[in-house]
Ligand binder design. Structure first.
Ligand code: ADP
Ligand code: MG
Length: 153
């Protein structure tokens, strides 16, 4: 995965999400740990937009929204091979929380201990104390009205 993307519109940001999802699915049955993405950066930076593309790349049909009051939403991953047990995609948005405990109380440890799960957390820096070492950090920066910089660690 390239380290820095400069996108010129929401469609390009979604495309980066799709590419990432396809890459993750490519190693789906070889994983020993859940994949966790920590999304941070500016408000309006494109975190939710990116995850809409990411979910599409996972073949999830439901729309990913900015959860105003919902902290966590679970989606079944319909891909891949039918005979295998599927995991779930969890979309967590910490915009309205400041306490890691609120997320822990949702069964977070259990969720991240299932290797087939994929977890994406917006405003993840707020709960960094409960995120494992293997969290993949992605930063979103607003450059101007339609330009966003997306940085992978
Ligand atoms: P966040 O979840 O980081 O707060 P959102 O994805 O909800 O951000 O919102 C991003 C906003 O910026 C949307 O209104 C979108 O239309 C707009 N936008 C403009 N240019 C881009 C771009 N290149 N990538 C993503 N969003 C963009
Ligand atoms: Mg958002």
């Amino acid at each position: 995965m390239k380290q820095i993307y400069l996108t010129k519109n929401p469609t390009q940001t979604k495309k980066v999400g799709i590419i990432l999802a396809e890459k993750i699915l490519g190693s789906y049955f070889h994983r020993k740990k859940a994949v966790i993405f920590g999304l941070k950066g500016d408000l309006g930076g494109g975190k939710t937009t990116f995850l809409q593309g990411f979910a599409r790349g996972l073949k999830i049909k439901s729309k990913i929204l900015s959860p105003t009051f919902v902290l966590m939403k679970r989606f079944e991953i319909p891909f891949p091979k039918k005979q295998q047990k599927y995991g779930d995609f969890y979309h967590i948005d910490c915009y309205r929380t400041n306490s890691s405990k609120e997320i822990s109380d949702l069964g977070f440890q259990e969720i991240i201990s299932e290797p087939k799960n994929i977890i994406a957390i917006e405003w993840a820096e707020k709960i960094s104390e409960i995120l494992p070492e293997n969290t993949i950090w992605i930063k979103f920066i607003v450059i101007d009205k339609n330009t966003r910089k997306i940085l992978f660690n």
